[in-house]
Design a protein around this ligand. Sequence first.
Ligand code: C5P
Length: 223
Amino acid sequence: RKNMVIAIDGYSSCGKSTLAKALAKKLGFIYIDSGAMYRAITLYFLRNHVDLENHDAIIDALQHIELNFHSKDYESHITLNGEEVSEEIRLMPVSEAVSPVSAIKEVRQEMVKQQQRMGKSKNIVMDGRDIGTAVFPDAQVKFFMTADPKIRAERRYKEMVAKGDQNITLEEVFENLAHRDYADTTREESPLTRAEDAIILDNTDITEEEQLNFALEKVTPFL
Ligand code: C5P
């Protein structure tokens, strides 16, 4: 491929988006948060009481959803039918419903199609669960990120508290991550798994700067 794609996959809350944003900023690439797309679809399904067992209702709902990214400073600002939903999609109701929604074949097909379009001609960094395996199997560089589950839960919990999400406990966050990891790795449609050619990055004990430097070292030969 002519344009450059960096794919970052891995478990929930192990710093994929932090690394992806830092890489995008450093390299002048576009950052795309594929998880935000599944979250926005989930928000639409929740609001409109879409029955996850009803195939026709799902197809119909997908036709009524338009997602757009507005990149400000490499943060992922996403709109759902024109409405800014970047904050609402991070709250617990969406986090609890997103894995079943993202396991639906029709949902994945539509998202993958849109993601492939976004990475067709521009240099991008995309993070998610199936980027190196299903969306861009031909990405030049793939990372597979992991970290100790307890550390991940603590990091996410601190982040949520800092944002003012007071009605939450560390245990709830830990449970949610565990459930999503289980659902994401065991689902039938493109489950979370390491692509054979993905570079493993375990960030339990390393700083954000060290991760960025490690990743840059792997990416530089392809620039
Ligand atoms: O990345 P984030 O944690 O925001 O993703 C939320 C959920 O969306 C994941 O737990 C997973 O169920 C789903 N997802 C996915 N494929 C992707 C990105 C996210 O199935 N490429």
